[in-house]
Write a protein that binds this ligand. Structure first.
Ligand SMILES: Nc1ncnc2c1ncn2[C@@H]1O[C@H](COP(=O)(O)OP(=O)(O)OP(=O)(O)O)[C@@H](O)[C@H]1O
Ligand SMILES: [Mg+2]
Length: 494
């Protein structure tokens, strides 16, 4: 029982002590723990009312020099929500009505006190309910205010449209982003006919295809839709748009739609600039590579035609001179001639090596696979490990610029393997499928951490640039301890 007892603070205006005790006993019997302040007259009542924090007023209709209507007035002035029950020996119907009109919660007669407990219970419950509603209302208003100030302060534009697409609210950011000047929200539609809206490809978006209108029609949210919108001033602004339908519980058709707008014009401009920059850079790299290769070819030709041929002529001359020398002279200058011939042969070999570096031997005449094989053999010999080459050139052959790029990428990959990999096996493969060609260079060496490449190293970067310059894609995969795999993929070779 104790758990159900309720503690209640009562201000009781009653000049009759016996009546007061009777009433108290009834309440106690019904499970109320009463903390009662009894006032015997108006003065005591008013003092107690002003000083105490009561849950309930019980009030005799009349005490000498004072009455319930006056008591009620005072109570309403100080505590409008305080439950107030009039209990009277006699009470006419008019008096009862008057009390209720003045704001009494209930009234009852002393000779029918069986109504006392239910009346008090109801009065207290109503007071609790009123208080709860009051607090909820305050909380709702506060949260609405908070929400309003958050929306107002947001950098994102927020627009609310009713079910017919008319703007019923928008924040300052929305007006700024859309360049909406002046007009009252209600008079205008978000996808105003005069406000041209376009997609990223430049095509016009009709009103029906506007994200907010789609949400109103389908009930589904739209996210990250990028559209360009002309402002009132005629400027095109790019927006990233999200929409959210507002629905009443149990109703699938939205009664409104909330749209948020982020102005991405600057970002889009920066992206376009960056794209242009990257494209310029690619073009520059391509041109640089072209010029470099052209220069190498020229030097190679010069070495071959001028130096190489002259050296060969000198070699022949020396042999002829030796053959025509008299025996005595030959014996005298023979060692010198031997020396000169050795030096000449070394110079011829060095020149050939330089020529091979400048222009891969066989690349122009025999193609990529043959040139790679030749280079792989040299590397294999130098490192003392097998470097296998598989695959054929596609038919028809790749354009010279692409062949050169692929060759140079493989060359740098092999350089890196020689420098770092400590590999036991290297595989080079040239694979041709219907619409693409892939060159792979794989080793089973130390591997490396791709996220930790020294800033001052250029090999991998140049590989990528060479690939991109001819429209190919470079993929590098490496795991420390498990080797490195480099792939250049060229889709639909030109
Ligand atoms: N096959 C490989 N095996 C192990 N480590 C490698 C391999 N290829 C590259 N690396 C690592 O990646 C780093 C970057 O290679 P990258 O070719 O870009 O530069 P580099 O060879 O150090 O210098 P640069 O090529 O500019 O002369 C290397 O320093 C090396 O640590
Ligand atoms: Mg390198």
């Amino acid at each position: 029982m104790a758990a159900n007892r309720r503690w209640v603070r009562i201000l009781h205006l009653e000049d009759n002590l016996q009546d007061a005790e009777l009433i108290l006993r009834q309440l106690q019997a019904a499970g109320f723990d009463c903390d009662v302040v009894r006032a015997a007259d108006g003065a005591e009542y008013e003092t107690a009312l002003a000083g105490g924090n009561f849950d309930l007023v019980l009030c005799d209709f009349s005490v000498p020099g004072y009455d319930a209507l006056l008591a009620l007035k005072r109570a309403r002035e100080l505590r409008p929500d305080l439950p107030f029950v009039v209990i009277s020996g006699e009470l006419s119907e008019e008096q009862a009505v008057e009390c209720l009109r003045a704001g009494a919660t209930d009234y009852l007669l002393k000779h029918r006190l069986q109504r006392l407990v239910p009346a008090v219970q109801r009065a207290l419950e109503e007071a609790v309910e009123r208080k709860r509603r009051h607090l909820a209302e305050i909380a709702r208003r506060e949260s609405e205010d908070r929400f309003r100030s958050v929306v107002a302060a947001m950098a994102e534009g927020v627009i609310v449209q009713d079910r017919r697409g008319r703007i019923i609210a928008r924040n300052a950011a929305a007006s700024r982003i859309l360049g909406l000047t002046g007009k009252a929200p209600g008079n205008r539609r978000a996808a105003d006919q005069r406000q041209r809206t376009i997609r990223e490809d430049g095509s016009t978006v009709c009103r029906e295809k506007h994200p907010a209108i789609i949400t109103l029609r389908t009930g589904r949210a739209q996210s990250q839709v990028v559209l360009g919108m002309e402002t009132d001033g005629g400027e095109l602004r790019w927006l990233s748009i999200n929409t959210e339908p507002l629905k009443h519980a149990g109703d699938e058709t939205p009664y409104a739609v909330v749209t948020t707008l982020v102005d991405i014009t600057d970002r889009k401009r920066a992206e376009a600039k960056l794209r242009e920059h990257a494209s310029n850079l690619r073009e520059l790299t391509r041109r640089l590579v072209e010029v470099e290769e052209e220069e190498r070819r020229n030097i190679n030709r010069e070495l071959h035609d001028r130096v190489g041929q002259d050296l060969a002529a000198v070699k022949l001359n020396i042999e002829l001179v030796r053959a025509t020398l008299a025996e005595v002279v030959r014996a005298q200058v023979g060692p010198r001639l031997d020396d000169a011939q050795k030096l000449l042969q070394a110079t011829i070999d060095n020149t050939r090596n330089i020529m091979a570096e400048l222009r891969p031997p066989g690349l122009d005449d025999y193609g990529l696979a043959v040139a790679l094989k030749a280079h792989a053999d040299t590397v294999a010999q130098r490192l003392g490990i097998p470097v296998r080459v598989s695959g054929e050139d596609p038919a028809p052959r790749l354009p010279p610029a692409v062949e050169t790029a692929l060759y140079r990428i493989a060359q740098e990959a092999l350089n890196n393997i020689a420098k770092y990999a400590r590999a036991k096996n290297v595989e080079i493969a040239l694979a041709t499928h219907a619409s693409d060609v892939t060159l792979t260079v794989a080793d089973d060496g130390t591997g490396f951490d791709l996220g930790n490449v020294p800033a001052d190293s250029y090999g991998l970067r140049i590989m990528r640039e060479r690939a991109e310059a001819v429209g190919a894609r470079l993929e590098v995969a490496s795991t420390p301890g498990r080797g490195t795999h480099i792939a250049v993929n060229l889709e639909s070779p030109p």
